[in-house]
Design a protein around this ligand. Structure first.
Ligand SMILES: Nc1ncnc2c1ncn2[C@@H]1O[C@H](COP(=O)(O)OP(=O)(O)OP(=O)(O)O)[C@@H](O)[C@H]1O
Ligand SMILES: [Mg+2]
Length: 325
């Protein structure tokens, strides 16, 4: 089973400023801002949407191929992803630049000043899937990336008849209606949250019904209210997975997509596929960071069965997979 997960691969540098930014913005001096905030706390996290999705797919027992561009600071991240079961042979390293990095400084009021350095991600548009993987993948995920790269990848999937999931999430505000409409053409599935669905409809001048007519599987996640999966003119309502120790919602959407991919490639019923996505998301909610959680498939299936009936389908998660290429 060859699953190619394309998109951003990044480091997140998160800082905490033990003061209030607003006290340093002086009204008469805003034309010449020069501020430096001394921070006592900084943590560095593994991140990037494609890497998050691939990490979670690996936890679900598959070996996804991560496709993206990274910089010279990537070796430690590569080793770590390989260790959890992500195939990074399809990641291109460009030594002149650093891996995309998100630097965020948050103050006592939770105000945030952040910068996203695109770094090696700007080179993603120079690679086709065919440049990094010469086989015929079973499924391609197009997640947030350099916008031109996203367009190119969608185009390549259409040209080569590859089944792809279009997952524009964080790039929705940045893409025009025309770009969104063009890039989702031919997608097997479109996955967005409710807010993004609304923006897409507004920007493209279409309704959800219009989108459903074009795309076989439309998934609209609804945060704590679960998700809606539209297929064959039907709306399947999937609840969120019960949890009582939420720590940090960052990365829930990415983990949900991993469970969704796991169910789609295995041909599981759609309701079960959505519920598996919801449980994948719950593990992320219960930890700080997007890749700091872990579980065995035995634990996963047990936890699932404590709340929902899978009619034995998840037994397949407990059996060894046939060797892949
Ligand atoms: N508070 C919550 N409690 C339980 N499950 C949740 C909660 N928030 C999100 N989820 C689960 O995660 C899934 C995706 O959540 P959501 O719709 O918030 O994605 P998102 O907005 O794309 O998230 P992200 O912040 O990662 O971009 C939901 O369908 C649900 O199953
Ligand atoms: Mg999201």
């Amino acid at each position: 089973m060859d699953i190619l997960v394309t998109g951003s691969i990044a480091y997140d540098y998160l800082m905490r400023f033990p003061g209030r930014f607003t006290e340093y913005f002086i009204k008469d001096q805003l034309h010449q801002v020069s501020l430096s905030f001394l921070v006592d706390e900084m943590t560095k996290h593994w991140g990037g949407v494609a890497a998050n999705i691939a990490y979670n797919i690996a936890l679900m027992g598959l070996r996804p191929k991560l496709v993206g561009t990274v910089g010279r600071d990537f070796p430690e991240y590569r080793a770590r992803l390989e260790q959890v079961g992500v195939d990074t042979s399809t990641v291109r390293q460009i030594d002149d630049v650093f891996t995309a990095s998100f630097f965020a400084n948050t103050d006592l009021d939770n105000n945030q000043i952040a910068s996203f350095y695109t770094g090696a991600m700007a080179y993603a548009k120079d690679y086709r899937l065919a440049d990094v993987f010469d086989g015929q993948p079973d499924l391609v995920v197009i997640s947030p990336n350099d916008p031109q790269a996203m367009s190119n990848l969608a185009q390549e999937c259409r040209e080569r008849g590859l089944r792809f999931i279009y997952d524009p999430s964080q790039q929705v505000p940045r893409l025009t209606g025309e770009e969104l409409d063009r890039d989702m053409q031919g997608a097997y599935a479109l996955v967005v949250n409710a807010y993004e669905a609304e923006i897409i409809c507004k920007k493209t001048g279409q309704t959800l019904d219009d989108l459903c007519r074009k795309i076989e599987v439309l998934v609209v996640t609804q945060g704590p209210r679960g998700s809606h999966i539209y297929q064959n003119g039907e709306r399947i309502e999937v609840p969120a997975f019960p949890t009582d120790h939420i720590k940090d919602p960052t990365g829930v959407g990415d983990a949900f997509r991993a469970g969704l991919v796991r169910g789609l490639v295995s041909g599981w019923p759609m309701q079960l596929t959505g519920l598996v996505g919801a449980l994948c998301a719950t593990y992320v909610l219960e930890q700080v960071g997007t890749q700091n959680h872990s579980y065995s498939l035995v634990e996963f299936v047990e936890r699932f069965r404590a709340h929902f009936d899978d009619n034995g389908v998840l037994d397949s998660l407990l059996q060894p997979l046939p060797a892949t290429s």
